[in-house]
Design a protein around this ligand. Structure first.
Ligand SMILES: C[S@@+](CC[C@H](N)C(=O)[O-])C[C@H]1O[C@@H](n2cnc3c(N)ncnc32)[C@H](O)[C@@H]1O
Length: 313
């Protein structure tokens, strides 16, 4: 493995490569190119095969040309949202795919780039768009969404205990002046939380920032649409591997996989099946694959990663 060349360490790299069951002449799709950590390991195992790489962040595609230097004859780069996977596949006239990987969430370079507004550790304009050509920014959400909508996203996407208090504090603050920067927002979030919560190990703004990021990028709907589109695009025996980083995403992946793997859904007292539902995948592992101790030691981000793998029937 060559991951030591990169500042961004691909999570569960070895496990993903194993899960994809790569064939040198196969067709593969990396739906979350990022800094091409996984893509590079996939493409270097291909000869006559092809790798389609998607990212909604143009910066990822620009950087990938360098990271994938020497392999670009086997790569197709696509700027797009994997939530539109069916349409993208149609546009590319994609043949049946032998393996797809989705490593969800933000990349380390997105978090580390102070100007993108993803991080509560850097002061920056409130942005958080993965696709910088998309219209909705964190500033719009924070300054214009109604209090109830803010409370809902903090509760639902951040699983934040103090959702109502934080939404209230934001609405109060923006009555005096627009909230423009990440640090202004961090201070407002802090002001809404009790002293005991501020002493917890986790940064007080972590959950609220996660919630706003999910809303800005409509992340959960994209995962749902992607899963529905991915299975029909796979060749028989093709693999689908998805890495999630929080319970909301993992629940969507787990439930979708369970639904695809299940056959007849008729009530048990029906004498014959009338639904006609057949399983379309089999689960490669019942429980999600998590990082080994050695990976956790060198990459703390891997701690919350869960990899689920399925095979098309
Ligand atoms: C965790 S990073 C992937 C890192 C990559 N596997 C690597 O090793 O370098 C996730 C990437 O997926 C992209 N992304 C997230 N959601 C997306 C979506 N709905 N459509 C397309 N790209 C998306 C982000 O812009 C980010 O670059």
């Amino acid at each position: 493995m060559e991951q030591e060349h990169f500042s961004h360490r691909p999570v569960l790299l070895r496990e993903c490569i194993e899960a994809l069951n790569l064939r040198p002449d196969g067709v593969y799709l990396d739906g979350t190119l990022g800094r091409a950590g996984h893509s590079r390991e996939i493409v270097r195992r291909l000869t006559t095969g092809r790798l389609v790489c998607i990212d909604r962040d143009q910066a990822a595609l620009d950087a990938a040309r360098e990271r994938l230097d020497g392999y670009m004859d086997r790569v197709t780069l696509v700027h797009g949202n994997f939530g539109d996977l069916a349409a993208l596949a149609d546009r590319l006239s994609l043949p049946p795919v032998d393996g797809m990987l989705f490593d969800l969430g933000v990349s380390s370079p997105q978090l580390d780039d102070g100007s993108r507004g993803f991080s509560y550790m850097h002061d920056a304009p409130l942005d958080m768009r993965m696709d910088q050509s998309a219209p909705l920014t964190a500033a719009t959400i924070v300054n214009q969404w109604p209090r109830e909508e803010l409370r809902r996203i903090f509760r639902q996407y951040g699983e934040e205990r103090y959702a109502a208090q934080i939404a209230g504090a934001i609405v109060l603050a923006r009555e005096s002046a627009p909230i423009k920067t990440t640090f202004q927002l961090v201070n407002i979030i802090r002001s809404a939380m009790p002293a005991a919560a501020l002493r917890e190990k986790q940064h007080p703004a972590k959950r609220s920032f996660q919630a706003i990021r999910i809303a800005v990028n409509d992340e959960l709907s994209a995962v749902d649409s992607m899963l529905q589109a991915a299975v029909p695009l796979l060749a028989p025996g093709g693999r689908l591997a998805v890495i999630s980083f929080h319970s909301l995403e993992d629940r969507i992946v787990k439930n979708a996989f369970a639904g695809f793997a299940k056959g007849c859904t008729c009530p048990p007292d029906f004498p014959v099946c009338i639904c006609g539902k057949k399983p379309t995948i089999r689960l490669i592992c019942k429980k999600p694959i998590v990082s080994r101790e050695a990976e956790l030691e060198e990459n703390p981000r891997a701690r919350s990663a869960k990899l689920r793998v399925a095979e098309k029937l």
